[in-house]
Design a protein around this ligand. Structure first.
Ligand code: DGL
Length: 271
């Protein structure tokens, strides 16, 4: 049982390019409702999926510096693309814990001993090869097939699930993946689990892994192990780098953000 100390009552920061990371955040709030949380959506720079590594490292540093100023005990990189392209470059530069979604989940998924794992992700995540690298680190014999799905984020953001184009694109990517005969397929982008209603038309639903569940369990047990659980908090604040109204509107897909988020270091400063 954790004892209360100064450090464990500090807030935890989350970030993503936009609202997608709220899928992880929503799960986290359900499992750990007594944590004080901050969420930053980098709307000035979204989408992250088509950005260069240098750009993504720059965005991550700016956000981590912001969270340093907020005196957080940990930061959750709730974005696969940022975990893939920026985490390695920034991980040793801060004195709080940083939890990247890919590296945290790959460890757990690799321990399940599957031989053939598929990954759907953004172009930047696939280009990094980090899912393959991390899975192989813990299970050398695993075969991994990564497929980029650049159209899926806009389909979810705009709730176009029933458009002919959306259904045809999902069918195309799922059929491509099924040729690999995967035992499991990781939905390696925060938005993709929201496409399951379409994906399951073309492959069995239990083939797919939503990393958010594994990720939150991983963070919880690590906070516990390090005596960092907060037992008395529960507050939340939201921040964006642009378009607070759009953030609040789109957040509804993932989580109910009641108040307009505060705009901090807008676009001109970020770039
Ligand atoms: N949230 C990002 C991820 O998990 C995808 C959205 C974007 O491209 O900005 O990779």
């Amino acid at each position: 049982m954790s004892t209360s100390n100064h450090k464990n009552n500090k807030p935890i920061g989350f970030f993503d390019s936009g609202v997608g990371g709220l899928s992880v955040y929503a799960r986290f709030k359900k499992v750990l409702p007594c944590e004080d949380t901050l969420y930053f959506g980098d709307l000035a720079n979204m989408p992250y999926g088509n950005k260069t590594q240098d750009e993504l490292i720059g965005f991550a540093r700016k956000i981590l510096d912001f969270y340093k100023s907020k005196d957080v005990k940990a930061v959750v990189i709730a974005c696969n693309t940022s975990s893939a392209q920026a985490y390695d470059a920034v991980k040793d530069d801060y004195d709080f814990k940083i939890y990247p979604i890919i590296q945290s989940c790959a460890k757990v998924i690799a321990s399940m001993n599957y031989n053939r794992i598929g990954v759907f992700a953004t172009e930047a995540t696939v280009k990094s090869g980090v899912y393959t690298k991390e899975l192989k680190k813990y299970n050398g014999g695993v075969l991994v097939k990564e497929i980029p799905c650049p159209n899926w984020v806009p389909i979810v953001e705009n709730s176009k699930y029933n458009d002919n184009f959306a259904i045809a694109d999902v069918k195309l990517q799922v059929e491509k993946m099924m040729k690999f005969s995967p035992e499991k397929v990781i939905l390696g982008c925060t938005h993709y689990p929201y496409l399951l209603s379409v994906i399951k038309k073309f492959a069995p639903e239990d083939l797919f892994i939503d990393p958010a569940e594994i990720f939150v369990d991983y963070i919880k047990s690590d906070l516990e192990k390090n005596n960092l659980l907060n037992l008395i908090g529960g507050s939340e604040s939201f921040y964006v780098s642009a378009n607070p109204e759009s953030f609040q509107e789109h957040s509804k897909i993932f989580y109910n953000v009641e108040n307009l988020p505060e705009v901090v270091f807008p676009q001109a400063v970020m770039l």
